[in-house]
Design a protein around this ligand. Sequence first.
Ligand code: ADP
Ligand code: MG
Length: 237
Amino acid sequence: MIKLEQINKTYYTGAPLHVLKGIDLEIGRGELVSIMGASGSGKSTLLNILGILDGYNTGNYWLNGVLIKNLSESKAASYRNKLIGFIFQSFNLISFKNAMENVALPLYYQNVGRRARNRTALEYLEKLGLKEWAHHMPNELSGGQKQRVAIARALIAKPQIILADEPTGALDSKTSAEVIEILKQVNADGMTMIIVTHESGIANQTDKIIRLKDGIIEQIEDNSMHDSSVFGFGNIK
Ligand code: ADP
Ligand code: MG
């Protein structure tokens, strides 16, 4: 589904910064993958390239067999909207829209009418146990509730891949465990899921752990025999 070949990325915003230094990676449909690495190692840069939010300088990125390279902004947006759902550490909800309207937003960009998109948004909020919160504004929700709204928003357009950049980074450990449980359920239903995390307790619940160091993949750990029922004590081989 995802294939990266010798991806290099340099930022030229100030002094040139070579962030990704030859990334080779394959991720199959339905996989549950985590990306770990120190702050600044290039995790978000890699995720942004996978999500077609940012480009790369050299190498090749194939998504479903399509070479993702030098796309026009409209082509990139079209692939992104169809194929990819995003979840961020800071939730990225729109503060002046209620939970339902936030969830419905991706359907707005698909030109779905207001009534239909709000109805679908309510269904997704219900799936995530938030039906009663549909008309609340983000600042009236707890962190865990906000992230569940963001998950509903990521799911509503039925993407093929979810990219989550430190989705539990702003949550306490109990809420983190609940959010990860939801993401694992979504993956169990067939969604390809890539989670950037600092926490080995989370990474250990994924099938494959990619360790980034200074822009290079230091190790890819096959963790597919993990015992998913035991939080933080996976990797039983
Ligand atoms: P991580 O997510 O692993 O913490 P990032 O991918 O965010 O790392 O960043 C990797 C390096 O690239 C850091 O040194 C960061 O400061 C730098 N960086 C990230 N985004 C940009 C940008 N838009 N312009 C310039 N430098 C950036
Ligand atoms: Mg980051």
